[in-house]
Design a binder for this molecule. Structure first.
Ligand SMILES: [Zn+2]
Length: 289
């Protein structure tokens, strides 16, 4: 186990991240979640369109992080996979997404960059095995940010090891943050700090530690989820680990995911109490190499 000297005499680091999968709640999301949960709220939200969009929470995230003087990395997606009407498994990975041409997205990215947030690429569903696609998407997001984009996280954490890392490196990325658990929390294969998959290469893997949806899958309720998070923070503090946190952008709406934005804020508050070094993925990369 590596023991690190983190900046500011911190004993461990918390790396905050957000994947931006969706920004608009569509009518079929409302129906789907109504059938799944039985909550009338989801049916009612069909008719809320135009008044409030529960999948748009950028300002709220920025406010929370600004309150604690921390920043995070937002991974933006441009999903171009084709919808196949005869193949239901493609439905959730092809419909309801946004594009980087969307004026709202361009404006929010400009603001995030201006005030110190990092923008990374959320590699589209098939890009983990397609270098040309990764290159294209990297170029596209750099056009929007006007900056070099250092890092990537693959949508659905799709990862072929080590092939995807080779493709990402060849496409010009400096780090990947897709190495994590889809169900459950903690460090995959107990890789508790970043590592270089290719010895002499300037390419870093920043493991993902806590993902909201994966945590929800193994937690009875919010309190139970917090217990799991607290255990990870304590372990990280004792062992000098990096805790990479992923809270999806849409999860910050209280009606959609009751209690989850407060849980995110609690991680930051607890980390501050324990004097964690708060970092974007870029900060971690720059500190490490
Ligand atoms: Zn995603």
């Amino acid at each position: 186990m590596n023991r690190l000297d983190w900046p500011d005499e911190s004993k461990f680091s918390i790396c905050l991240t957000h994947d931006v999968d969706r920004i608009d709640k569509k009518w079929w999301h409302c129906l789907y979640y109504f059938c799944k949960t039985g909550r009338l709220y989801h049916l009612r939200s069909i008719f809320n369109k135009g008044r409030i969009n529960p999948y748009w929470n950028f300002e709220k995230i920025m406010q929370i992080e600004e309150k604690y003087g921390v920043r995070s990395t937002f991974f933006f997606l441009e999903e171009k996979k084709r919808f196949e009407v005869t193949n239901p498994s493609t439905f959730s990975i092809t419909i309801g997404y946004y594009t980087l041409d969307d004026d709202r997205i361009i404006e929010v990215i400009e603001n995030l960059v201006k005030y110190g947030w990092e923008i990374g690429l959320h590699g589209s569903y098939d890009s983990y095995k397609d270098e040309n696609l990764l290159r294209k998407e990297k170029k596209r997001i750099e056009q929007v940010t006007g900056k070099k984009v250092l890092g990537v996280r693959q949508h659905y954490l799709n990862l072929l090891i080590p092939e995807t890392w080779m493709l990402q490196k060849d496409a010009g990325f400096k780090y990947d943050s897709s190495f994590g658990l889809r169900s459950g929390v903690g460090w995959r294969e107990m890789k508790t700090v970043p590592f270089k998959p290719f010895e002499d290469e300037d390419f870093l893997v920043i493991p993902l530690t806590i993902m909201d949806v994966a945590l929800a899958r193994v937690s009875k309720d919010i309190q139970d989820a917090w217990g799991k998070i607290e255990a990870i923070l304590k372990y990280a503090e004792r062992n000098g680990c990096v805790v990479t946190v992923l809270w999806h952008q849409r999860v910050f709406n209280e009606n959609e995911f009751p209690g989850w934005s407060r849980l995110y804020e609690k991680i930051i508050a607890e980390g501050k109490k324990r004097n964690a070094w708060f970092a974007t993925c870029r900060d971690v990369y720059e500190w490490w190499v």
